[in-house]
Ligand binder design. Structure first.
Ligand code: ADP
Ligand code: MG
Length: 705
């Protein structure tokens, strides 16, 4: 009875289709053909049947077999979305947006219609949306307002093997929701007379866990031995070469390996795995430089970067067919490992490195999250090699030795065991959950939990009885890290929300604000001198945002960045003036544009929270710095006689990062955004503050907590 026969009928998606731009039929036919050719297509009916019969299904299939794009469509077409949406979670924003775009093309509907996405600060979905791709973080946020996720008929947890903190919290909650919505052991719904209750009972949830690696057992066990389904992928043999010796400079090694392939080997695109954006950018430049110096007769080289901070449109270029007489070289982070499959790759170069978030606990608390470049594990290495064998036999060049490979850890340590828990715990507390009582796949250690509790207490989110305060609730309502949320809330009392939002939105953007080029240091310093603020990096950001806005001519103080009724011509002129300004000042315009859309979203959140985002303190500095200091209470340090800084709440001695406008300055006290850990500990995003802030903070926190 649970699955009435009408569930087989096609969902009402004709309407959406006719309202969308009609696709030229050859393309559409091509796409439908492509869908049918995917490895997963053969098992479609059996898969749909299994999901129909089980509350939880674990689906394991090689990258590129069609899990992410097809399974939601199969379920949609089989009527699973009749009683609620199909939500598909991804660990990365850009995968969520890109896959939603692809699937809406496959459905022949405009993005944001039948198929949409939701990521922090960006939502493309509407009342007609049935399939929604989103980050695992977005869905955990939805628990705040809807603890049973009642909008959803199906939740697909994709890339579960990555074991992000959000995925783990989601899995624990899904287990609870299954109990509440589907009832224990499929028992009869309790009859308590309330129509609403019964409705809930009739709205069971389906959960599908998808993974590309062989760790399905653990997920199955977690969900009381849920059924595991395997999809056989199309994997051709990949010949693997190991480096004879360990490499110290992996960017240089990758450069040499690329040109060996390019000069000596038959056609086929190359995919290079690097840890992060900086390495990608520097290798891209080097490859372009050398490619120009090759004697004629060699194919052209087309470089395509691929990392999380890129927009969907930029990422789209990876899917464009490689032009004739050209070798495409994709430079990617581990996003290309399993999330996004790139066609045409025949050669993989694996540096063996990845950037990983890790919490470094201080000896007396006051630890910090840091992104460290680390060695990958065996599972990563195997996935990376596999990317070369999607369409035919391929080759993988590992820039590390075979012994190094054999010595690698088997798989990734779950994020919950290695990063800061403050934000997650704050959100959990808001839905009345204590992380220590949650049924998690892996339990974080007590030190990490007490450190997060301490952070939340210092921010005033918890009182001394560990109870959530009103302030804590208000912090959780803002889509920001607790530190930034605290600063925004402090700005309300200090009447400088306009300024703090300008700064926090830049800090929440993905990319860097200032572009760097070693060969132009002097020129850059000169260009930026006008807006470098003597109080440090935060007010420098504010000056930059203001100068950028002023360059466009408009006052920029309306919510959308454009004035109604103004003709388009003026706006166009403004836009190109801003672009020119950004170029002339070596400022990353993409970051500023992203920040401006984040700011628009934050203004809406502020309005909802009763905060006047127009409140401005004009040219005053102290209110802004004091607001920020409220959030960065744990990130304060005092100068020592030798010119380095010692943390106030912690034992670490830090130096100011050379990229900071405060580098080499001697001021009594600083706040900083984060610490980066190289051969020593550097503070990044630094402002000079008055020592007296520290005492006024204590008073603030006590009063409000
Ligand atoms: P899986 O989730 O099993 O790794 P996907 O569903 O992501 O597989 O991908 C299935 C196929 O769809 C792959 O061959 C991939 O290259 C293709 N594909 C995905 N996104 C796009 C896109 N934006 N443009 C063209 N092809 C795409
Ligand atoms: Mg996938």
């Amino acid at each position: 009875l649970k699955h009435a026969p009408q569930a087989h009928s096609t969902p009402p998606r004709k309407k959406a289709r006719t309202s969308g731009p009609p696709l030229p039929s050859p393309a559409k036919a091509g796409i439908q053909e492509h869908r049918k050719q995917l490895p997963i297509a053969k098992g479609k009916d059996a898969l749909v049947q299994e999901i129909r019969e089980n509350d939880v299904t674990v689906l394991l299939g090689e990258t590129g077999s069609g899990k992410t794009t097809q399974v939601p469509q199969y379920l949609l077409e089989a009527g699973f979305a009749d009683s609620g949406m199909i939500g598909v979670t991804q660990p990365r924003k850009v995968a969520a947006t890109e896959l939603a775009a692809r699937v809406s093309v496959e459905q022949g509907t405009p993005l944001g219609g039948l198929v949409g996405y939701g990521i922090r600060f960006d939502e493309r979905s509407g009342p007609t949306t049935r399939v929604k791709y989103m980050t695992d973080g977005m869905l955990t946020r939805e628990l705040l307002g809807d603890p049973l996720l009642s909008k959803y008929a199906v939740i697909i947890v994709d890339e579960a093997h990555e074991r992000t903190l959000r995925t783990d919290l989601l899995l624990a909650n899904l287990k609870r929701i299954l109990r509440e919505r589907n009832g224990k052991g499929n028992g009869k719904p309790q009859v308590n007379g309330k129509g609403k209750e019964r409705e809930k009972e009739r709205n069971p949830l389906k959960v599908v866990i998808m993974s590309a690696t062989l760790d399905a057992e653990k997920f199955s066990q977690f969900f009381s031995n849920a059924k595991i389904i395997y999809v056989k992928g199309r994997q051709h043999p990949v010949k693997i070469f190991h480096a004879a010796q360990g490499q110290t400079d992996y960017v240089d090694a990758a450069l040499r390996t690329f040109f060996q392939i390019h000069v000596d080997q038959p056609p086929g695109d190359v995919l290079i795995f690097l840890p992060g954006q900086e390495d990608i950018e520097s290798l891209e430049k080097a490859i372009q430089l050398f490619a120009h110096q090759l004697p004629t007769g060699h194919d052209e080289v087309l470089t395509v970067p691929m990392y999380a901070a890129l927009s969907g449109a930029q990422l789209h270029r990876t899917f464009a067919p490689t032009p004739r007489k050209t070798r495409k070289c994709i430079l990617a982070t581990n996003i290309a490992e399993t999330s996004i499959t790139i066609p045409g790759v025949r050669y993989v170069i694996d540096t063996g490195k990845v950037k990983e978030k890790r919490y470094l606990a201080g000896s007396t608390g006051g630890g910090f999250d840091t992104l460290l470049t680390r060695d990958i594990n065996k599972s990563n290495a195997m996935q990376r090699a596999g990317r070369a064998g999607r369409e035919g036999p391929g080759f993988c060049y590992r820039l590390y030795t075979e012994d190094a490979f054999l010595g690698m850890a088997a798989s990734t340590e779950p994020e919950i065991l290695r990063c800061s828990l403050a934000q997650a715990m704050l959100q959990l507390l808001c839905i009345g959950q204590d992380i220590q009582e949650l049924d998690l796949m892996d339990m974080p250690d007590v030190d990490a939990i007490s450190s997060a509790l301490r952070t939340l207490f210092l921010l005033g989110a918890l009182d001394s009885h560990r109870e959530l305060t009103d302030l804590g609730r208000a912090m959780a309502a803002l889509p920001l890290e607790p530190t930034h949320a605290r600063a925004v809330l402090a700005s309300k009392d200090l009447a400088c929300t306009a300024e703090v939002l300008d700064i926090v939105s830049v800090l929440s953007a993905n990319g860097a604000l200032f572009l760097d080029a070693t060969d132009k240091r002097a020129e850059i310093a000169e260009a930026r001198r006008k807006f470098v603020h003597r109080a440090g990096d935060h007010l420098t950001i504010l000056n930059t945002v203001r100068a950028y806005r002023a360059a466009g001519g408009a006052d920029g103080e309306n919510a959308n960045g454009h004035v109604n009724g103004h003709d388009g011509e003026e706006e166009k002129v403004g836009r190109s003036a801003r672009k020119e300004w950004a170029r002339a000042h070596f400022v990353n315009e993409r970051t500023l544009r992203e920040a401006s859309s984040i700011r628009d979203q934050l203004r809406l959140s502020c309005t909802r929270a009763g905060i006047d985002w127009r409140a401005s303190c004009g040219e005053q500095e102290d209110p802004v710095l004091l607001s920020l200091a409220h959030g960065l209470a744990q990130n304060m340090a005092l100068i020592t006689p030798d010119g380095s800084f010692k943390q106030i709440m912690g034992q670490s001695v830090v130096k100011i990062h050379p990229s900071s406008s405060m580098a080499d300055k001697k001021v009594p006290a600083i706040i900083y955004d984060e610490l980066v850990y190289t051969n020593q500990i550097y503070a990044r995003g630094v402002s000079s503050i008055q020592k007296s802030f520290f005492s006024s903070l204590g008073a603030f926190n006590r009063r409000e907590a």
